[in-house]
Design a protein around this ligand. Structure first.
Ligand SMILES: [Zn+2]
Length: 387
């Protein structure tokens, strides 16, 4: 019996030795997730600080050619047709920075998993994080949803975010990046923003995406729909059956369900001027046509004897999409200001996050939540859909 035990101990010790001493560290570094995403973190930068405790290896982008090994701190700047790293000139259009050991990279004080691509463009350096989809999501879910919300809502968010990112990545293979790290795509804060509960939601839904007709659904989502979500064809054109208008009766608890704001006419005029609209004064603003979900398509602005027509999405982006929270609003004119009163926050397409919270509080599962906001889509494993 003793003999058997010693044989087992020697065998286990052998495995440990192999694991820790014989396998070169690079084996761990190069181990990648099967599905990678490229997230643009910064655009047109003139200086980037990168550091890794283990030091950094710099290779020519898209190759294995090593351009240099550096200590833990790197300062990267653009120069004509080359990139300067700690004042060393590299005559390449792009580099990939890889931490030497299984480590994270600090980019301008935010920590990221994976590798960093730096591209030299005419307007400066673009910084792209190349990271496994699952690790990427760990830095998205806590930024897109309150991490103290019920697990069913957070898991629905994780599946929606995974589908959104995978859908974009599959459609942009010829570009330098798949998605942006801000609200234009979905907010990503890297390793620095990972939290235990949101990571649990990502891990618990690993590889799960929404699929319709054999394709991954670009699962758009927004904060609060205000009563009805919006058909994608009415928002940006194109058709996707799961991205159709649905009635939502779960987001009334949101502070954004109903909103009002007074804005002085002078402020509206100045903000429109900044966006390039030459309007000297605003005499009136008239509501335009609405889509089937009640969201307005355009506004008409009177300035002297002239009338301007402006798309509501452009008006919101000029005045501030955090000020005019959605395109479902009414306007009332007062002597010194305009009163905007509306419903919901965000573009209105796909899942209503506050609605997902409302459903989860009523004990609905993640499957029920996703079926509500992406009707007809099935939950499948990405690795089986993309081969
Ligand atoms: Zn809603």
């Amino acid at each position: 019996m003793k003999k058997v035990t010693s044989v087992i101990i020697i065998f286990l010790a052998g495995i440990l030795c192999f694991r820790f001493f014989l396998v070169p560290p690079s084996t761990y570094i190069t181990k990648k997730e099967p599905f990678m995403v490229r997230v643009r973190l910064l655009k047109s930068s003139d200086k980037i600080d990168i550091s890794s405790l283990s030091g950094c290896k710099v290779v020519k982008k898209g190759t294995d050619i090593i351009l240099g090994n550096y200590g833990k701190d790197l300062s990267v700047r653009p120069e004509e047709r080359s990139i300067l790293i700690n004042d060393q000139k590299l005559s390449v259009g792009g580099v990939t920075i890889i931490p030497k050991k299984k480590d994270t990279l600090l980019v301008n004080k935010t920590r990221y998993r994976g590798e960093i691509n730096i591209l030299n463009t005419p307007s400066g350096l673009d910084v792209i994080n190349v990271v496994g989809l699952e690790n990427y999501l760990k830095g998205v879910v806590p930024r897109e949803m309150n991490r103290f919300w019920p697990m069913a809502a957070m898991q629905a968010q994780a599946i929606a975010s995974r589908s959104f990112a995978a859908g974009k990545a599959l459609g942009r293979t010829k570009e330098e990046y798949d998605i942006r790290a801000d609200t234009f795509s979905q907010v990503y804060g890297g390793r620095s923003s990972e939290r235990w509960r949101s990571t649990k939601a990502v891990v618990g839904t690993k590889d799960k995406v929404l699929v319709y007709d054999g394709e991954v659904v670009p699962a758009y989502f927004h904060s609060c729909c205000g009563g009805y979500t919006r058909d994608v064809s009415e928002a940006w054109g194109g058709r996707q059956k799961p991205l159709k208008k649905v009635r939502c009766e779960y987001c009334k608890l949101s502070p954004h369900f109903r909103w009002r704001i007074k804005i002085p006419q002078k402020e509206i005029q100045e903000k429109l001027n900044k966006k390039g609209y030459s309007i000297e004064r605003i005499d009136d603003i008239i509501e335009g046509e609405r889509d089937t979900s009640g969201r307005m398509k355009y506004l008409r602005i009177k300035s002297g004897n002239r009338w301007f027509e402006i798309k509501v999405d452009e008006f919101r982006s000029a005045v501030g999409s955090r000020t005019i929270k959605s395109s479902n609003f009414h306007i009332k004119k007062y002597p010194r200001f305009y009163l905007f009163s509306g419903y919901g926050w965000g573009h209105g397409v796909g899942m209503c996050q506050w609605g997902a919270l409302g459903m989860a509080l009523k004990r609905n599962s993640k499957e029920k939540i996703l079926d509500k906001y992406y009707p007809g889509a099935e939950i499948k494993e990405l690795s089986k859909v993309v081969k």
